[in-house]
Design a protein around this ligand. Structure first.
Ligand SMILES: CC(C)(COP(=O)(O)OP(=O)(O)OC[C@H]1O[C@@H](n2cnc3c(N)ncnc32)[C@H](O)[C@@H]1OP(=O)(O)O)[C@@H](O)C(=O)NCCC(=O)NCCS
Length: 152
């Protein structure tokens, strides 16, 4: 397994968008799959935020995704954010999400950022295990979320 920037594999943008739409579409009222594809295509960068990543198996198949973005939490001035970490059920518990998180951290550091943020309603323990610090809890668009940060 290796992590690659999505710009290296633009053919995978539709799959990344489909996963994100199924998992988080409800958090963005008015979003459609077509709009999400366009948004993902805007993350095909290497040297500026936003950057989308894909995890690839030996055959080049996609087994996960994560992104480095601005303005994930509407109205919050902190930046940048680790977002959209997703691994399909059949590939979970093999360290793929951890590798994606490390790739996003490394890229944020390379681009000159000294701190990175995320929010999660589902897996704060996963990120705590990777060295992330819990900040505040709050309600956001109908979910109780944990905001976390990491010094790079
Ligand atoms: C959460 C998710 C990304 C984890 O992917 P993964 O590739 O299975 O994660 P890893 O194998 O890297 O796991 C890293 C650590 O987190 C733990 N972990 C993974 N999923 C977990 C879960 N659902 N609950 C609690 N701990 C979890 C693992 O046990 C592992 O700990 P260990 O190193 O002590 O064994 C994946 O289950 C997923 O895509 N879920 C749906 C989308 C989602 O919730 N994304 C997170 C949004 S913030």
């Amino acid at each position: 397994m290796r992590i690659a920037p999505l710009v290296e594999r633009p053919d995978l943008a539709d799959q990344v968008a489909a996963w994100g739409f199924a998992e988080w579409g409800h958090l963005n009222p008015g979003e459609t799959l077509a709009r999400r594809v366009i948004r993902i295509q805007g993350k095909m960068n290497l040297d500026r935020v936003p950057v989308a990543f894909v995890a690839l198996d030996e055959a080049g198949g996609i087994v996960g995704t994560a992104s480095l973005i601005f303005d994930d939490l509407e109205g919050d001035p902190r930046n940048p954010w680790l977002a959209s970490v997703y691994v399909p059920p059949e590939h979970r518990k093999k360290g793929i999400a951890s590798a994606l998180v490390r790739a996003v951290e490394d890229t944020a550091r390379r681009l000159g950022y000294s701190r990175l943020y995320l929010f999660t309603s589902t897996v704060p323990d996963l990120y705590a295990g990777l060295g992330w610090r819990p900040l505040e809890r709050r309600d956001y668009r109908g979910e109780n979320i944990q905001v976390m940060d990491r010094t790079l």
